[in-house]
Design a protein around this ligand. Structure first.
Ligand code: ADP
Ligand code: ADP
Length: 223
């Protein structure tokens, strides 16, 4: 099966302003993401992108519809993704610990992941001691440690300065080419979507629905 399959998804919340009405955040969403496919979900603020991601991640229930995933998804959020009380290496090693890997296995994997995201020198640092870009690298590495086939990212570079963001976009593509997971990457930036994606799914709001689904024609360099 594909990395992610969403069918007939609706999500309604109680409307805070009008108690007798519902706020329809997502209307009849169908979305398939194949293995190895990098899909950006693009749309204005409030169109339901984060809601879609939280439901795909299993963090929230749909009102209607079905979600199937090829494996337990790994999630990267914009901020606050890393545990401040753990070092960079401990953060990355945390999913491995949950999966019951031995200390030696964890050490080896954590070293590999630190290298993959360019943090080999920083394993012993705490999140407060490193830059925002490094914290996001830590988040990405921890998601990769999860070892699933599906990566869900909610504006992971949105809080970073332009230069760091461009560097991390490039790194993410390189990592993705090596690990080839199904990726759903949320953004409100057209540039970011075109730069990263195989396919761009465009959403509009009131209510949130998919209005276009575009294969990026010029593509990225591929092996
Ligand atoms: P986006 O990520 O595209 O900015 P969201 O998914 O955050 O959009 O929100 C979509 C709509 O659903 C918005 O109108 C938002 O106010 C509403 N919404 C999101 N989460 C909740 C919630 N927990 N309770 C009520 N309304 C919500
Ligand atoms: P535990 O809490 O199980 O004793 P640790 O706190 O020692 O584990 O570390 C968690 C994970 O991070 C382990 O895989 C460990 O090997 C790794 N690790 C800890 N510190 C570093 C470091 N400075 N560089 C690389 N890996 C580290």
């Amino acid at each position: 099966m594909s990395g992610l399959s969403v069918r007939g998804l609706w999500k309604a919340y109680p409307n805070a302003d009008r108690k007798d009405e519902l706020l329809v955040a997502l209307e009849d969403i169908d979305l398939e993401i194949a293995d190895n496919e990098f899909v950006c979900v693009l749309g204005p603020s409030g169109c339901g992108k984060s809601t879609l991601l939280r439901i795909a991640a299993g963090l929230e229930k749909p009102s209607l519809g079905t979600i199937e995933t090829s494996s337990r998804p790994s999630v990267v959020f914009q901020e606050h993704g890393v545990f401040p009380w753990l070092t960079v290496a401990q953060n990355i090693g945390y999913p491995l610990k949950l999966r019951g890997l031995s200390r030696a296995q964890r050490n080896e994997r954590v070293e590999q992941l630190l290298e993959l995201v360019g943090l080999s020198e920083f394993g012993g640092y705490f999140p407060a001691q490193i830059s925002g870009g490094m914290r996001q690298r830590t988040s990405v590495a921890r998601a990769l440690a999860d070892d699933g086939d599906l990566l869900l990212m909610d504006e992971p570079f949105g809080a970073l300065d332009e230069q760091t963001r461009v560097a991390l976009q490039q790194e993410l593509l390189q990592i993705w080419e090596r690990t080839s997971k199904a990726v759903m990457f949320i953004t409100h930036s057209v540039d970011e979507a075109l730069m990263l994606a195989d396919r761009v799914v465009v959403m509009s709001h009131r209510p949130g629905r998919i209005i276009d689904d575009i294969a990026v024609p010029f593509g990225r360099p591929r092996d």
